[in-house]
Design a protein around this ligand. Structure first.
Ligand SMILES: NC(=O)c1ccc[n+]([C@@H]2O[C@H](COP(=O)([O-])OP(=O)(O)OC[C@H]3O[C@@H](n4cnc5c(N)ncnc54)[C@H](OP(=O)(O)O)[C@@H]3O)[C@@H](O)[C@H]2O)c1
Length: 253
């Protein structure tokens, strides 16, 4: 175990699966106490078990980031459990491709905005509120290369929501660096989780599609995204504020 985050208390939203779980495991492996949050208890408990089995310290907190009271409670409970909140990673998000703009499913548009944009806002609002009153901290948000960097047919709702996440994150970075809260984001391309699998697509078909779509010839590994998040959250990135780190195997190079 290395100790880059020894004595740090970290909150990861969407920590029960995929990229968020990998981020939680990576922080714990570097000495952090990690609170993982999401709506479903069972996957969060699995993440906690994986961390504890590896000798780390973690707690599962159920909550929905689209509810501001839940977002506030997640901060409060992390502090109650671990005595502090030093780092927050806002990774909770949903993907859908609810059709071309003229035919868009309006309820899906709203769901994507509620979770990806408003959920990130509520989470950050309460995290920053705590951090600025308690000596500062670092926040890393998980956006996407779909958004500011790239668009996709039929996925305008997701693309627009992630462009908003990017703008929101960079706005917060400017607003709150003077408060001692350092805020950055990562913009992954396709990563090897269920979210990047198309309906009805087999693993072999997905691998072929990745070979064609991604210059490095594969989807990103969750650990590759986690490594970048840990860097941005670490003191080594002290001069990095409002950065948008694109991790997409060259898709938008
Ligand atoms: N996989 C990719 O190719 C890719 C590429 C670029 C960006 N991303 C972004 O990376 C992030 C993680 O994606 P992933 O691939 O790891 O997908 P995932 O496994 O579906 O993870 C999403 C997580 O967010 C949680 N979540 C969703 N809505 C929530 C809410 N309202 N409140 C609290 N938690 C909520 C989910 O848990 P519950 O359902 O239990 O709440 C789940 O653990 C997302 O923001 C996604 O947009 C993914």
């Amino acid at each position: 175990m290395t100790t880059r985050f020894a004595d740090s208390s970290v909150l990861v939203t969407g920590g029960g699966s995929g990229i968020g779980r990998a981020i939680a495991l990576a922080f714990a492996a570097e000495g952090a106490r990690v609170a993982v949050a999401g709506r479903s208890a069972a996957p969060l408990a699995e993440t906690v078990e994986l961390i504890e089995r590896a000798g780390g310290k973690a707690v599962a907190l159920t909550g929905d980031v689209t509810d501001s009271r839940d977002a506030a409670r997640l901060v409060r409970e992390t502090v109650e459990q671990f005595g502090a909140l030093d780092v927050a990673v806002n990774n909770a998000g949903v993907f859908a491709a609810p059709g071309p703009i003229a035919d868009i499913d309006e309820a899906e548009w709203q769901r994507l905005f509620d979770t990806n944009v408003t959920g990130t806002l509520f989470a950050m609002k309460h995290q920053i509120g705590h951090m600025r009153a308690n000596g500062g901290g670092a926040i890393v948000n998980v956006s996407s290369n779909l958004g500011v960097h790239r668009r996709m047919e039929g996925a305008g709702a997701y693309v627009t929501s992630k462009a908003a996440v990017t703008a929101l994150t960079r706005s917060a970075a400017r607003d709150h660096i003077a408060d001692g809260v350092r805020i950055n984001l990562v913009s992954p391309g396709p990563v090897a989780t269920d979210m990047s699998t198309r309906a009805g697509e087999s693993e072999a078909e997905k691998a072929e599609r990745m070979k064609a779509e991604v210059p490095v010839g594969r989807a990103g590994a969750v650990a590759e995204i986690a490594a970048a998040v840990l860097y941005l959250a670490s003191p080594e990135a002290g001069y990095t504020v409002g950065a948008d780190l694109v991790l997409d195997g060259g898709v938008t190079a």
